[in-house]
Design a protein around this ligand. Structure first.
Ligand SMILES: Cc1ncc(C[n+]2csc(CCOP(=O)(O)OP(=O)(O)O)c2C)c(N)n1
Length: 655
């Protein structure tokens, strides 16, 4: 096996064309076997095999910088930079990261995973080398999906203006998660498929290669000629208008062709974009046959069956009465509820930022294509566009991952919040997400959402709550957030769901300790209360449901306890617990119990439980939660500690 002898990029440079072809096949097999065992990004890596080999044969990494936009397609790069043996622990605790990671290798320059940043890093690095007079080349590999992100355009514009020498490799597979939505992508596709261009290009290459003596030499100059042809068949070149030279398109699976083009491109003393066409999922039938996502990412051992092309039958496809299967996940519950609302409300529109599948919008897209909007990887635009839609009389629901909501905070705060637009944000993958590591945990959404004036913040504790909350959110006159995790949570309190903006008291204790639990932590709190009871501590448990505005009845009840604990799967500093503690203090000190009684008393001490302000490495969510004391045993320990601690004397509410 050739792959067993590849421990560094230098080992690639001695290989013949035949060896490289064999190696590419071995790498594909390795990646399929590895990723199906651990889970991870499959389609994107299978499409980048030859491109990665060509890059590492042409450039001298790490002296030359190779940056991977988003970073999910860097498995081959990891393989050829000495990390082959670490793949069995891909995305496992303490194991290989699913993205480039500076602690793993000197070949990894950034720890990314949020898209569209590589061109900016590249600009910065190239500028630094230029100013220091150092000869080092900077290459940024960006997908056509990542190129839909606004930051990429900011960087292109700045690169073109400054003339900083960066080689941008556009890895164009026509896909993001789903097919890429962008006019630019469509134009690029037209160019690569344009028969006049393709034929002319092939004829020129053929003629040149046949020239006796000078054929191969002249072949290297073929891009000059083909770009002349390109100018004829494309009305304008977008990149060149920005000041970035364009070269291509070339076949990204032809290693020799890619190497030649890379070598030519580095001759250009300024920013240049090489358009490389690849096939996502190449060489693995289930991926090639997955029409929508090309097996972009896979769960452990789930690749044998490609995802359904039609909406899954666990969501309603007929009238609402046909719905009989209970929702299994929060996402599933959202999908169902959204479809019901969409049927009743023709002004309802659903917006995704390039992730229609994972956010549960595919059935909506299938049924209401004209009301489905995929903006590309452009969360900021999604949010402000939603504000505009709501100003224009539509009812937008923006479905994004919690971690990507951070990108659009300013837009959510000012463009939606300040204008009081009734936009509903549905934040999936909230809380601890696990395998994807620090950048993917959704631990900031509560902090961010709670700092936006007028934002109603819902945290469903189980899937059936999602529908009730969406009902409520769509009735509000201002913006709202519904945030929930990927993993389903058990339905507590006999399957009943709450309503309106009210919290639910799930358990009434003896007044010693009250747990205010948020979202996923509600089931944990109920479990903890059971354990505490066995120890003689009779805890009250509330499902907070609506973090803002908090239910006054819940606050008043909590204030009557000797101790209060709050529990959430988000950042503790500035999160739900601190928000609720502050609201309770104000409620009791200002005397508004919400039920007609005046309190005017000292609030009880509050122990705020949540995630520490640290970047959390990859691990299984339950293990991470336990580490932060956010499992049932952790809550028991905290409650025990709180009850045993000295309690401030409190005046009775009736005094
Ligand atoms: C800001 C942001 N939003 C969403 C995502 C989720 N995401 C990860 S990869 C991806 C698609 C990337 O497509 P492309 O750049 O074309 O790479 P490919 O996988 O097709 O090679 C998306 C939307 C992300 N990583 N960052």
């Amino acid at each position: 096996m050739i792959i067993e002898h590849i421990d560094s990029p230098a080992d690639l440079r001695t290989l013949s064309a035949e060896d490289l072809a064999v190696l590419a096949a071995e790498i594909r097999e390795f990646i399929v076997n590895s990723v199906t065992a651990t889970g991870g990004h499959l389609g994107s890596n299978l499409g980048a095999v030859e491109l990665t080999l060509a890059l590492h044969r042409t450039f001298d990494s790490p002296r030359d910088v190779i940056l991977w936009d988003t970073g999910h397609q860097a498995y081959v790069h990891k393989l050829v930079t000495g990390r082959r043996d670490d793949f069995p622990r891909l995305r496992q605790a303490g194991g290989l990261s699913g993205y480039p990671n500076r602690t793993e290798s000197e070949h990894d320059w950034v720890e990314n995973s949020h898209a569209s940043t590589a061109l900016s890093y590249a600009h910065g690095l190239a500028k630094a080398f230029e100013l220091q007079g150092v000869e080092r080349r900077v290459v940024a590999v960006v997908g056509d999906g990542a190129l839909t992100g606004g930051m990429a355009y900011e960087a292109l514009n700045n690169l073109g203006h400054s003339g900083t020498p960066v080689l941008i490799v556009l890895n164009d597979n026509g896909r993001s998660y789903a097919p890429t939505v962008s006019r630019l992508s469509v134009s690029l596709t037209h160019l690569r498929l344009n028969p006049t261009y393709v034929q002319a290009r092939q004829r020129i290459r053929h003629l040149i290669r046949e020239l006796p003596g000078v054929g191969e030499l002249a072949y290297s100059g073929v891009h000059g000629l083909t770009s002349a042809v390109r100018e004829v068949v494309t009305p304008h070149t977008f990149f060149e208008a920005l000041g970035v030279r364009y070269a291509g398109p070339i076949d990204g699976h032809d290693i020799a062709e890619v190497e030649q083009a890379l070598a030519n491109a580095t001759e250009w003393d300024g920013p240049i974009l090489l358009h490389v066409v690849t096939q996502k999922g190449r060489g693995y039938a289930p991926a090639e046959e997955d029409d929508v996502q090309r097996l972009h990412d896979v769960k452990v051992k789930s690749v044998a069956a490609a995802p359904p092309k039609e909406p899954p039958d666990t969501v309603p496809t007929g009238t609402p009465e046909t719905v009989t299967i209970p929702p299994t996940t929060f996402t599933d519950a959202f999908t169902r509820s959204l479809l019901e609302h969409a049927e009743a409300d023709p002004s309802l529109v659903a917006i995704t930022a390039a992730m229609p599948g994972p956010t549960g919008l595919l059935p909506f897209e299938a049924r209401y294509p004209e009301r489905f909007i995929d903006v590309g990887i452009a969360e900021q635009h999604a949010v402000t566009a939603a504000a505009g839609m709501s100003m224009g009389g539509l009812h937008p629901v923006v479905a994004v991952y919690s971690t990507f909501f951070s990108r659009a905070f300013d837009q959510a705060n000012l463009d939606v919040g300040l204008h009081g637009c009734p936009v509903v944000f549905v934040l999936d993958r909230a809380g601890i997400t696990g395998d994807d590591g620090p950048s993917h945990h959704g631990v900031l959404d509560l902090v961010l959402a709670l700092s936006i004036p007028g934002m109603t913040v819902f945290a469903p504790s189980s899937a059936p709550e999602v529908g009730a909350m969406l009902d409520e959110a769509l009735e509000l006159e201002g913006p709202s957030v519904i945030r929930f995790p990927k993993t389903p949570a058990p339905v507590v309190a006999g399957g009943e769901v709450g309503s309106g903006l009210r919290a639910r008291r799930l358990r009434e204790g003896d007044g010693s300790v009250c747990i205010l639990a948020v979202g996923k932590l509600v089931a944990t709190a109920v479990e903890a209360a059971g354990k505490l009871e066995a120890e003689g501590i009779d805890a009250t448990v509330w499902d907070v449901r609506v973090v803002s505005p908090p239910d006054p009845e819940m606050l008043a009840d909590a204030a009557r306890h000797g101790q209060v604990l709050t529990a959430e799967d988000g950042m503790r500093q500035g999160g739900a617990g601190m928000f609720l503690a502050d609201a309770m203090r104000r409620a009791v000190v200002d005397g508004d119990a919400g039920d007609g009684t005046l309190l005017h008393r000292q609030p009880p001490p509050v122990t705020v439980l949540g995630v520490d302000r640290v970047f959390i490495p990859q691990d299984k969510p339950d293990r991470i939660l336990a580490r932060f004391g956010l499992d049932a045993d952790g809550l028991v320990r905290s409650a025990r500690g709180a009850v045993g601690a000295p309690v401030l004397p409190v005046a009775d509410a009736s005094d």
